[in-house]
Design a binder for this molecule. Structure first.
Ligand SMILES: C[S@@+](CC[C@H](N)C(=O)[O-])C[C@H]1O[C@@H](n2cnc3c(N)ncnc32)[C@H](O)[C@@H]1O
Length: 283
C-alpha cells in the first residue's frame, strides 16, 4: 500500500473528516509527506490542513433527518412547503445563509444572462441545489452536482430525487478531477478561495477544463467573521489571474453578499449541449 493511502485511511478514520472524499485526503496526505518528520507528523499535518480548508464549513449535517423534513414538507405543504423547508436548511450553512436575502433575484439574474440551461453543473455545490425552487429552471433541466463532503452529496441526491429532477450527484475532488460535461452553465459559487488554498492556480485550471459555455464564478464580499475590508479588491485580482489571457467575455452582477461574474467561452471552446439562444453580451 502506498504511504499516502495508508495516511489517508488513518485521517478518514477520524470522526471529523470521515465524510471527506478519499481522493482529496490522499492528495493532501501526499503533500504533507513532503517535509514531515515521520508518518504520525504527516497525519497531523494533513488534519491541520483539512482544518484550515474546511474547519469553517464543518457543521452538523444530518442528511437523513433533512431528507425526512423535506419529504414531509412536500407531502403536507406541496411546493410552498418545500420552499419553506429549503429556506430553513439553506440558513444552516454559512455560505447559503448569506444568500437568503437575494435568493429571489440571484439565480434569475444569472440565467437571464446565460439563457435557461438544459444541463446545469453545480461544482462544489454545498447546499446550493436546495435553492432550486428559486432558480426558475425549465422542466427537465439536468442537474449535475458534486462536492467532497459525502453528507452533502447524499442530501442533494435525495432532494433532487424527491423533486423528480434528472440529476447526477457525485463525490469528487474537483482540483484533481474536473467534472465531465458538457453543460450549458457551470456554477462555481464562493469556492474559488477554498480551491486556491488547496492548490494555487487550481481555479484557473478547473475553469479551463470545464466543458461548459458559461461559468459563473462568485466570491464572498465579507469574511465568515463579518469583515469586508479589501475583500472585493482581493477577489477581483484573483479573477484577473483566473481569466488572464483567455478570450472569455465577462459580465458582472452586483449583489451585496456576493460578487458574481459570468464568464462566457467562445462557442468553439465550449460547445453547449443545448442551443443557448438570445443571449446578447455586453463587451
Ligand atoms: C464556501 S462552500 C460553497 C458551497 C456552495 N457552492 C455555495 O455557494 O453555497 C465551499 C464548498 O466547496 C466544497 N469543496 C471544497 N474543496 C473541494 C474540492 N476540492 N472538490 C469539490 N468540492 C470542494 C466544500 O465541501 C464546500 O461545500
Amino acid at each position: 500500500m502506498e504511504v499516502s493511502t495508508r495516511l489517508a485511511a488513518e485521517v478518514l478514520g477520524s470522526r471529523r473528516y470521515r465524510w471527506i472524499a478519499p481522493d482529496l485526503v490522499q492528495r493532501l496526505a501526499g503533500d504533507a509527506l513532503v517535509g514531515a518528520r515521520n508518518e504520525a507528523d504527516a497525519v497531523k499535518r494533513t488534519k491541520r490542513r483539512l482544518h484550515q480548508i474546511f474547519g469553517a464549513y464543518v457543521w452538523d449535517v444530518r442528511p437523513d433527518v433533512a431528507l425526512t423534513q423535506l419529504r414531509t414538507a412536500l407531502e403536507t405543504g406541496g411546493a410552498e412547503g418545500v420552499r419553506t423547508a429549503c429556506r430553513a436548511l439553506l440558513g444552516r450553512h454559512a455560505s447559503t445563509r448569506e444568500r437568503l436575502p437575494v435568493l429571489d433575484e440571484l439565480y434569475r439574474a444569472i440565467f437571464a444572462l446565460t439563457g435557461p440551461p438544459a444541463v446545469l453543473m453545480d461544482i462544489a455545490c454545498g447546499l446550493g441545489p436546495l435553492a432550486l425552487p428559486w432558480m426558475g429552471l425549465p422542466p427537465g433541466t439536468k442537474y449535475l452536482a458534486c462536492d467532497i463532503d459525502r453528507r452533502l452529496v447524499h442530501l442533494v441526491d435525495g432532494f433532487l430525487t424527491l423533486l423528480d429532477v434528472p440529476h447526477v450527484a457525485t463525490l469528487r475532488d474537483v482540483v484533481a478531477t474536473p467534472p465531465p460535461g458538457p453543460a450549458d452553465v457551470a456554477l462555481l459559487l464562493k469556492t474559488a478561495p477554498c480551491l486556491e488554498q488547496q492548490a494555487p492556480g487550481s481555479t484557473r485550471r478547473l475553469v479551463c477544463a470545464l466543458e461548459a459555455r458559461h461559468v459563473v464564478l462568485t466570491f464572498p464580499t465579507r469574511s465568515l467573521g463579518g469583515a469586508c475590508k479589501g475583500m472585493s479588491a482581493h477577489y477581483r485580482a484573483l479573477l484577473d489571474e483566473i481569466v488572464a489571457g483567455m478570450e472569455w467575455q465577462i459580465q458582472e452582477l452586483r449583489f451585496p453578499p456576493e460578487l458574481v461574474f459570468v464568464l462566457t467561452k467562445p462557442p468553439s471552446a465550449a460547445p453547449s449541449p443545448s442551443d443557448v439562444r438570445g443571449v446578447r453580451l455586453k463587451t
